[in-house]
Ligand binder design. Sequence first.
Ligand code: MG
Length: 397
Amino acid sequence: MPARTVSLIGSTGSIGTQAIDVVRAEPDRYRVIALAASTSVDELAAQAEELRPDVVAIADASLAPKLRELVPDGVEVMAGPESLAALATEADVIVNGVVGFAGLGVTLAALRAGRRLALANKESLIAGGPVVQRARATEGAEILPVDSEHCAVHQCLRGNPIERVGRLVITASGGPFRGRSSAELADVTVEEALAHPTWSMGPKITVDSSTLMNKGLEVIEAHELFGQGPSGPLSGPEGYDRIDVVVHPQSVVHSMVEYTDGATMAQLSMPDMRLPIGYALAYPDRGEAPWGAIDWSTLGRLDFEPPDHDNFPCLGLAYEAGRAGGDAPATLNAANEVAVAAFLDGLISWLAIADILKETLDRHNGGRLETAEDVVEADRRARERARLAVERRTESR
Ligand code: MG
């Protein structure tokens, strides 16, 4: 069999480097034909040296001359923010590991080209919902989620009729602040928020995990991925009634599907993102490297508890935005990116993140998303409002 070709967009980030591990484990099976990063030029060049892709791209065009100097002869160099999406149309599988809303162009380009999109950039699907769904209808286009929970749901749905789904149960580790009271949450530091108990991820998603916003975004993501079609059990605003979240601190059960006959299917493995990445690359086959295999002699116990909605209001805000639909998820996502960046910069407290989201959502008018430009505009407006909300807080400090 010829090697399956892979484009890695966001190749120097957490998802990108782990995707390279997956490729290294089965070098005859995959051929990386394109690599793209936003600014990490040295690391990108080192990856190009090892993997010998046809083309590399750097979003920050000012770094292009340096990249040209560093990459091996014969590797084409592209530059500029548009170059990332330009690399998302050729390979059999496009891995979108771009962080945040900037990944929208890559998602749309891959789907419109009728490719398989291995999607780690959940923000593009959440913010761009209706527009991404239209692109997904392109012949040959498909989304394989590179998110442990949705990869688990994807596996639990295989071979079962979607109309017999009773509910999805999305698991959450609970993050580093699980079990804390609101008083204890008032002065948590950036360092504490970045110390995730089970997963090693980038800073933005790690903060999202500490607020449970990551889980909220994943509820919307699950609705987008599995709730399509006019009459499926997960479709429409009522579909959200069938997506539950349960806190599971060990992060071994990655999510579950309960069927109408009462049976629950779960997918278990040790927390290791290389499993969902490998699944998305190999599907419908499976990979050969046992990334998340469980040692049952040391596993101990698996605990489950309901989420604490009072101290982690971001989760409820996400359900609200999801049910509202239209531009509400884009608004929530944009406000969250602004608020998290302000928290990481030391401008606002951890508790203020949820307040800023609520304020931004309350002030948004509600609108439909017909085109990619509508998504960009909804995102821009929400960022503006969220920045004002941040400024009001920094001035009063
Ligand atoms: Mg996840």
